[in-house]
Ligand binder design. Sequence first.
Ligand SMILES: *Cc1c(COP(=O)(O)O)cnc(C)c1O
Length: 382
Amino acid sequence: MNAPNIAPIPFLDLKSQQARIGPALRARLDAVLAHGQYILGPEVAELEARLAAFCGAAHCVTVSSGTDALQIALMAEGIGVGDAVFLPAFTYTATAEVPLLLGATPVFVDVDPRTFQLDLGNLRQRIADVKKAGRLRPRAIIGVDLFGQPADWPGLQAIAAAENLFTLDDCAQSFGAMLGGKRLGSAADATATSFFPSKPLGAYGDGGALFTESPARAALYRSLRTHGEGTTRYEVERIGMNGRLDTMQAAVLLAKLDVFEAEIAQREAIAAIYDAELADVLETPARVPDSSSAWAVYAVLLPNAAARETAQAALKAAGIASAVYYPRPLHRQPAYAACHDGASLPVSETLGDRIMALPIHPDLTHAQVRRVTQTLHAALAG
Ligand SMILES: *Cc1c(COP(=O)(O)O)cnc(C)c1O
């Protein structure tokens, strides 16, 4: 039964954020309405400079979505038919869809059972599998910083260097996270992020960005996002796409970037309460060493599917939202069945039954967080 007189706790609360930053947001949007440059207006260049400075990357190129950021990064490397792109089986579909759209083959890799990040031992095995089968050419690794924590980038870079592979960081959930004292954005050859409204730094529509240390790559990304244009507007140097971030979204993101660091700190404080108050009744998320998370998702593990059902039912009865990312690994999805080589990926295959995500956003009050933890205690203790 819904507890009377107590407001439900939603998974996300973009309305409270909007109320908090409303005047700055409206001033930014009014400026765009006044100058009218809706495509590649001055806010786009301003945002690119600010995002690059924020994460310490040499170059930032904004694009129309996180998915398009991944696609442009692979197009720039000429990845296509006959190429193997290694990526986790336990991620959002966009990571794997992009290589397939370009004619390349996603090769699914298992993840670590505690941090949910790419398993380096399994990655080495999968690269060896592909070389032994001899049908595909190993070309790239897409490492996903799942739920906001960084993948093991030093480890991934070492494997990529030994195998001569391009590395792409799918940072869609983790922009703002740190590894080795530095924000993500230059841990791989290229970094792609998303500004989908529910991501830690979200626009009011679709958006994304690419980061790289390479001026040549940055120039290619700019060309590819505008139909492969050359040095002048109607010179077509290559096949590209319509992949620009629009000026209105850049304006929204500039207003949100002003409060982003404080919002990450608020998410971190919520994660700390969850950790402290839930560790005795379920498995709280293991931390990647020497890192901090952007906390896109706070995911816990229950012992089995029945325990998760109990937990989700209790939360729902108390008006508290929860979610399951991801119920099924990609290699078990109908769309990817034909491209999977049949390897078993046991961690990815069982996480979906046990995992559960709890509300975490900057406008969640600590009293609300305690309602979540008390509800779970009552349902799971004893
Ligand atoms: C959200 C997400 C994407 C796609 O970003 P869009 O902006 O929605 O296209 C890609 N990879 C991961 C891991 C994501 O979570």
